[in-house]
Design a protein around this ligand. Structure first.
Ligand code: COA
Length: 327
């Protein structure tokens, strides 16, 4: 049976680090509050010259190097981002340019923090369609540009990062992406959104003054939905593959809040030593959290051939999804 398999992973973050202590001098907050409520200790933040597409390209170069695939061999580049360099062109085209991957075509997927799971699902379909193709799926975000640094409810949560995977077909029969599961519910859009900058509320001096180009969120409500929907879709993925919690070697949830991750793992009955957590170092980097975690786990030797890996993410839209794969 033809499946798509991850040949390489890569990730990249901007150099600058913003700690909880740094935030104490920016808004009325404390390291104690942020650590205990979210699990975050620090995050990486873009500086002048950093762009989403450059960070995405850096992560992809590392993934290509691991995969032994040259940029000119890439067929498709799927980028998930909510913080593109520009509204037009799409980030995929810019990543293509940075890499010199001129035989590929690139485009963006737009599903907030669940975006990488969407991008990987689409990449998987391209590979199934043409197993010899080399397809790149990326999650890349510079959320620091759409974070309201005067709003303590949100500014302590987010960070910047990019992660990428390279996929191609395998006839192995056991390894590769086993199933993908996507959902959305547009009725809940208002709980987590960016009001300004689109065509409903276009750029204006007033919009900028109110910082309405930034993320707005009803944290408590988002928290409850995140726990419920991430648990539901993970169960759906387990059931579809006739697997139980004991079969999962590594669970990689979206890194939004350590309490959300622990609650979901508890409901799924997956012990914490099989849950990948790095939120303390990066914060919530939206669609980059899952591929960055996957790359770290891979490079740390935590993934052995045959391991069952469950990816699970949730974000604005609402959008959520899970992917089950055998490493
Ligand atoms: N520092 C100090 N106090 C803060 C604070 C901060 N950075 N942010 C909020 N507070 C205060 C609130 O004002 C509130 O004060 P009050 O009781 O006097 O009104 C108090 O802390 C509790 O706020 P609450 O919102 O109930 O905290 P919480 O335990 O729900 O944690 C979040 C807040 C945002 C960390 C949590 O709701 C969360 O993680 N939600 C999900 C967010 C998310 O993951 N979004 C992205 C999804 S992809």
């Amino acid at each position: 049976m033809n499946r798509s398999m991850i040949l390489g992973t890569g990730s990249a973050v901007p150099k600058k680090i913003l700690t909880n202590q740094d935030l104490e001098s920016m808004v009325d907050t404390s390291d104690e509050w942020i650590s205990s409520r979210t699990g975050i200790k620090q995050r990486h933040i873009a500086e002048d010259g950093d762009t989403t597409s450059l960070l995405a390209a850096e992560a992809t170069r590392r993934a290509l190097e691991m995969a032994g695939v040259k940029p000119e061999e890439v067929d498709v580049i799927v980028v998930s981002t909510t913080s593109p360099d520009m509204i037009m062109p799409n980030t995929g085209a810019l990543v293509q340019k940075h890499l010199g991957a001129y035989n590929a075509f690139g485009f963006d997927v737009y599903a907030a923090c669940a975006g990488f799971v969407y991008a990987l699902t689409i990449a998987d379909k391209f590979v199934k369609d043409k197993p010899e193709s080399k397809v790149v799926a990326i999650g890349a975000e510079l959320l620091s540009y759409i974070t309201d640094w005067q709003d303590r409810n949100t500014c302590v949560l987010f960070g910047d990062a990019a992660g990428a995977v390279v996929l191609s077909g395998t006839n192995d029969g056991t390894r590769g992406i086993l199933s993908t599961h996507l959902h959305s519910d547009g009725r809940l859009w208002k709980l987590l959104h960016i009001p300004g900058g689109g065509m409903v509320y276009p750029a204006s001096a007033e919009m900028v003054e109110k910082r309405d180009y930034c993320i707005r969120m009803q944290g408590n409500e988002v928290y409850k939905y995140a726990v419920r929907l991430m648990t539901d879709v993970a169960r759906e993925a387990l059931t579809a593959n006739e697997l139980g919690p004991d079969d999962v070697d590594l669970f990689i949830p979206h890194q939004a809040n350590i309490r959300i991750m622990k609650k979901v793992a508890e409901r799924l009955e997956i012990p914490l030593d099989r849950v990948y957590v790095n939120i303390e170092r990066y914060g919530n980097t939206s669609s980059a959290t899952v591929p960055v975690a996957l790359d770290e786990a891979n490079r740390a030797g935590r993934l052995k051939p045959g391991d069952v890996v469950l990816l699970d993410a949730f974000g604005g839209g609402f959008s959520w999804g899970a992917i089950m794969l055998r490493w």
